[in-house]
Design a protein around this ligand. Structure first.
Ligand SMILES: Nc1ncnc2c1ncn2[C@@H]1O[C@H](COP(=O)(O)OP(=O)(O)OP(=O)(O)O)[C@@H](O)[C@H]1O
Ligand SMILES: [Mg+2]
Length: 376
């Protein structure tokens, strides 16, 4: 697995359980996954030689993030290494403009969009749709970095003057979707075409960062849930995805369900599956990229609530450990071994059960207590 963040770290336990060797390419030996994996190579994901060397002797290369340059992926393929997802599929998660074009070609509902080369393009788009508009860097962003909501042309001009486009990147402009809520659909798909769909979840993003997930999405009709699962399965098939696919969705106030973006790896919207599903997203990602039969995606209780632990003012997360555990023996705590920085994802908590209000209170309290925003 290229990349050693929390997604790679959470892949270690299922690899161990299945008896699968998992090698991690980490940028440094103190990265989240490098702390817990036995087979770690140190090198950068954008260093061709480091990636090729790390891949030597493995059955399959897969990813903790989508930032490996396509040229390196092609080089791996040229060395006879199986890359999953395939570079052509992964392109849809690496580049938001590539994704918008490809979704349009297969008639998948999405926000209206254009590629802008000048501020005047954005102003024409904003005037013909409505302000604000959303501007995104086509590649390189994550957790809301590379996404800006623009109220007027002055703001657009200032943004385009200050943010330099990395080579190959473009400005994607989207209508600002007035949404009721955000949803996510997750499926696992294997090279031989087996696929499973997880329950549709509701996600909450604050400042572009996922903070809370409820599985399944409350009050989503069975027909709408099935349609969203079918949509994700169709996208996985059309784009030839192998491994986990997350489809981030907007449920617009007018009822439309629109695709925001894709991730082809385990995703924050599926962390609940460790404690709330028969087979976690991390295990099914491994099974899928290795072309093993997939595990059941079914939930093991009525609801699961996952709340991210974001870094706060306290550098020591363990100061709150005892309290959250003692207060709630049903709480599942996951910390990523990352240095605390304000707003950084450093862990998550999950609770499962029948009473959604109770689960939300418990998970929010525990996450807030670990962060330090709740003190009693
Ligand atoms: N067109 C839009 N209309 C309204 N809100 C939007 C739009 N695009 C993005 N957002 C908001 O910004 C968030 C981040 O956007 P997006 O998922 O495109 O960015 P990202 O930084 O690539 O995120 P990720 O961390 O998921 O990779 C979305 O989850 C949503 O809350
Ligand atoms: Mg996103």
């Amino acid at each position: 697995m290229i990349g050693a963040g929390q997604l790679a770290r959470m892949s270690v336990a299922p690899a161990q359980a299945l008896g699968i060797g998992l090698r991690i390419l980490a940028a440094s030996d103190d990265e989240s996954a490098a702390q817990v994996a036995r087979d770690v190579r140190i090198g950068s994901h954008d260093d061709m030689a480091a990636v090729v060397a790390a891949a030597e002797g493995v059955a399959v290369v897969t990813f903790d993030h989508e930032h490996v340059p396509p040229a390196i992926l092609r080089e791996l393929r040229a060395h006879g290494v199986a890359v999953r997802p395939d570079p052509a599929a992964l392109a849809h998660a690496q580049d938001k403009v590539t994704l918008r074009r490809a979704l349009a070609a297969i008639d998948v509902p999405q926000p209206d969009w254009i590629v802008a080369s000048a501020a005047s393009d954005v102003s024409t788009f904003g005037d013909s749709h409505r302000w604000p508009v959303v501007m995104k860097l086509s590649r390189g962003g994550y957790d809301g970095r590379g996404v800006w909501v623009m109220d007027d042309i002055e703001a657009v001009t200032a943004l385009m003057a200050t943010v330099a486009l990395v080579p190959g990147a473009e400005w994607l402009v989207e209508e600002f979707v007035p949404f009721e809520r955000e949803l996510a659909a997750q499926v696992a798909r294997s090279p031989h075409g087996q696929a499973v769909a997880y329950p549709i979840v509701q996600t909450t993003q604050v400042n572009g960062i996922c903070v809370e997930v409820i599985a399944p999405a409350p009050d989503l009709s069975p027909a709408d849930a099935a349609a969203a699962q079918q949509l994700a399965l169709r996208i996985a098939g059309e784009f030839g995805v192998t491994g986990m696919l997350a489809v981030e969705l907007f449920q617009a106030t007018d009822g439309r369900v629109l695709v925001n973006e894709l991730a082809m790896r385990p995703h924050n919207s599926g962390h609940w599956t460790i404690d709330g599903a028969v087979t976690s997203q991390f295990e099914n990602h491994l099974r899928a990229v290795l072309d093993l039969p997939l595990g059941s995606p079914h939930a093991t209780s009525r609801y699961a609530v996952m709340v991210n632990v974001l870094g706060g003012d306290h550098p020591d997360l363990y100061a709150a450990f005892k309290h959250v555990m003692a207060r709630d023996p049903g709480l599942h705590v996951h910390l990523y071994g990352k240095v605390v920085r304000p707003g950084r994802k450093v862990g998550h908590v999950t609770v499962v059960g029948n009473d959604l209000e109770d689960l939300l209170e418990r998970a929010r309290h525990a996450a807030g207590y670990l962060t330090g925003t709740i003190t009693e």
